[in-house]
Design a protein around this ligand. Structure first.
Ligand code: PGA
Length: 241
């Protein structure tokens, strides 16, 4: 893994942006995208740039079940607000949170991914090591599926909702098997609350109990973290300011 340690999220936004810029220069056509607070500064840098995605495809990692794309907490809404409305793509895919048949929706999404192999995938990481919404214990081989969210995930995401009880209990997630097929992966994490997950991912055993540890088996991963998220690694790194 190529590990980049930065002073803060602002520097992280610039460094992450450079990874996108390089992927575009290398001819990437399909971008796997993520929501959450972590990618925001990267998307800000992309929006402020003259990079052109108008012939590119995006495929998002996940979506809450039960929320319409127009709901302010849906991931479709997040992506429209933070990126797509300001930086147009040719086509953008997010699971349909209102799909009536979850199995059919998962199949449809797997077909989307099969039809558009992902060149570069950006990932956040949960405090419990989840990637996408693949919670601890999920098979490394799984494809798109409907997930019962872990209690810690619901608590972590409650900050975006008026009330914790409003957080959906289920979400569609791209599977770890699909994430691992991306040609290149950029995993980003900030803050001390992610330090244990980052240490487990990089220095711990590869185990389904720590979903992100599977990335040790991928040959093109960049890990972009701030000092706080790097604080439990045994290796020491130069910090980019
Ligand atoms: P966050 O979420 O970027 O809001 O911290 C990351 C994740 O849970 O994967």
């Amino acid at each position: 893994m190529n590990i980049i340690v930065v002073e803060n999220e602002q520097v992280g936004g610039r460094e992450g942006y450079k990874v996108f810029e390089q992927a575009l220069a290398n001819g990437a056509n399909v971008f796997g995208l993520a929501t959450g607070s972590t990618p925001v500064t990267i998307y800000e840098n992309i929006v402020a740039s003259d990079l052109d995605f108008s012939e590119k495809t995006s495929i998002n990692l996940d979506e809450y079940q039960g929320l319409a794309g127009t709901h302010e907490q849906s991931y479709r809404y997040f992506m429209d607000e933070h990126l797509f409305n300001k930086k147009p793509f040719k086509e953008t895919f997010v699971p349909n949170g209102l799909a009536e048949d979850p199995e059919a929706e998962a199949k449809r999404y797997d077909q989307v991914i099969a039809d558009h192999p992902i060149d570069m995938q950006i990932l956040g990481i949960g405090q419990n090591g989840h990637i996408g919404f693949n919670e601890p214990g999920t098979s490394f081989d799984i494809t798109t599926h409907l997930v019962d969210l872990a209690e810690s995930t619901i608590e972590a995401n409650a900050r975006f909702f008026a009330d914790k009880n409003d957080v959906p209990r289920r979400a569609y997630s791209m599977g770890i098997g699909s994430i691992m097929k991306s040609k290149q992966i950029l995993l980003v994490a900030y803050g001390e609350s992610k330090a244990d997950a980052i240490a487990g991912m990089i220095e711990g055993p590869v185990t389904e109990e720590m979903p992100a540890s599977v990335l040790q088996r991928h040959d093109n991963v960049t890990v972009l973290i701030d000092k706080a998220a790097a604080s439990k690694l045994s290796q020491k790194f130069d910090v980019k300011a």
